[in-house]
Design a protein around this ligand. Structure first.
Ligand code: S7B
Ligand code: CA
Ligand code: ZN
Length: 303
C-alpha cells in the first residue's frame, strides 16, 4: 500500500531531530524506507505484542514520545545498511537485499536487544541499566552484524565461536561508530555518565578478560551466557583493538569483513580467527599487515 517514497523528520530517543526515509501510504506515512533494494521497516510492539504494526504518522513528522525509539531504530538501520553497502559492497545483511525489520518497545523494561533470526528487537530498558536500546548507532550495528554473521560464517553462539560471534558484532559496532572504543555508551546507565557496556581498548574495565590467561570456562547454558560469549569476547575484542592501532581502521575493516565472510565457519575457534585474519591481511595487503595481525593476537595469548 506504498504510494511513494518521502522524506520525514523524526525526533530520536535523545530528543535530537533527524531526517528519515519514509513512505506515503493512504492516510499518512509509515516508517518504511524504500531507498535500498531491501526495505527498512520499523514496527512498534507496544510492550505486549510480538511484532506489532509498522509505525505510522498522519504527517511526515514522527515526533511523539512513543515514536522516539522507532525513529532511532529506523534511522540507524539505514546508517548500517549504507555502511555495509558502501564500505563492503554487501547489499543488506545477507548480501541479497533482504528487508531489514526492527521492532521497538519489545516487552516491558526489557534490558536487551537482539537479532531474532528474522528481525531485530529492542527493549526500552528499565531506565537504570539501559534507556531505549535502539538509541545508539553501535548497538544497531552490533545487532545487524549478528545477521551478517548468521548469513555468512554462521559462528555457533556458544564457547569460542560464540565469543567470536559477539566480538565481530562489537568490532563492526566500532567500525560504524569509531568515535570511541566503547559499546553501548549512549544507552547504558542513563543516570551515570562516561560508562559503557563494554570497552574494546580495555575489556577489563567492564570485567571482561583481555588475555587467554583469564579465559572464563563457563557452562554452555543460558545462565552461563552460553560459555561466556559476552565475557570471553573481550579477548578477540582486544586483539581487534591492537590490530586497528597498528594498521588503521580502513585496512582493518576490509580484513575483518573478508575473514568473517570468506574464511570463518560455524565452529571456528580463536586460533582459527587469528589464521583467517592473517590470511585476509595477506590476501588484501601483504606481509606487514599480516605480521601486525599476528602480533595483535599473540599479545592476547592466542599463539
Ligand atoms: C544489551 C544486550 C543484552 C543481551 C544480548 C545482547 C547482544 O546483542 O548480544 C545485547 O546487546 C548488545 O550487547 C549490544 C551491543 C550493546
Ligand atoms: Ca561506541
Ligand atoms: Zn550480541
Amino acid at each position: 500500500n506504498i504510494l511513494h517514497e518521502a522524506t520525514g523528520t523524526g525526533i530520536g530517543t535523545k530528543g535530537d531531530t533527524k531526517t528519515i526515509n519514509i513512505s506515503a501510504i493512504s492516510g499518512g506515512y509509515s516508517l518504511t524506507d524504500t531507498t535500498h533494494t531491501g526495505k527498512i521497516i520499523t514496527y512498534d510492539a507496544k510492550t505486549t505484542q510480538t511484532r506489532g504494526n509498522v509505525v505510522t504518522s498522519t504527517s511526515t513528522l514522527f515526533n511523539t514520545t512513543t515514536q522516539r525509539a522507532a525513529v532511532d531504530a529506523h534511522y540507524y538501520a539505514d546508517v548500517v545498511y549504507d555502511y555495509y553497502l558502501n564500505t563492503h559492497n554487501r547489499d543488506s545483511y545477507n548480501g541479497k537485499g533482504a528487508a531489514v525489520e526492527s521492532v521497538v518497545h519489545f516487552d516491558k523494561n526489557y534490558n536487551n536487544a537482539a537479532w531474532t533470526g528474522q528481525y531485530m528487537i529492542y527493549g526500552d530498558g528499565d531506565g537504570v541499566t539501559f534507556s531505549e536500546l535502539s538509541g545508539a548507532k553501535d548497538v544497531i550495528a552490533h545487532e545487524l552484524t549478528h545477521a551478517v554473521t548468521e548469513t555468512s560464517s554462521n559462528l555457533v553462539y556458544e564457547n569460542q565461536p560464540g565469543a567470536l560471534n559477539e566480538s565481530f558484532s562489537d568490532v563492526f559496532g566500532y567500525f560504524v561508530d569509531p568515535d570511541d572504543w566503547l559499546m553501548g555508551e549512549d544507552i547504558y546507565t542513563p543516570k551515570i555518565a562516561g560508562d559503557a557496556l563494554r570497552s574494546l581498548s580495555d575489556p577489563a574495565k567492564y570485567d571482561q578478560p583481555a588475555h587467554m590467561n583469564n579465559y572464563q570456562n563457563l557452562p554452555n547454558t543460558k545462565a552461563g551466557d552460553w560459555g561466556g560469549v559476552h565475557i570471553n569476547s573481550g579477548i578477540p575484542n582486544k586483539a581487534a583493538y591492537n590490530t586497528i592501532q597498528k594498521i588503521g581502521k580502513v585496512k582493518a575493516e576490509k580484513i575483518y569483513y573478508r575473514a568473517l565472510t570468506q574464511y570463518l565457519t560455524t565452529n571456528s575457534q580463536f586460533v582459527d580467527a587469528k589464521k583467517a585474519l592473517v590470511q585476509s591481511a595477506t590476501d588484501l595487503y601483504g606481509a606487514t599487515e599480516a605480521a601486525a595481525v599476528t602480533e595483535a593476537w599473540n599479545a592476547v595469548g592466542v599463539t
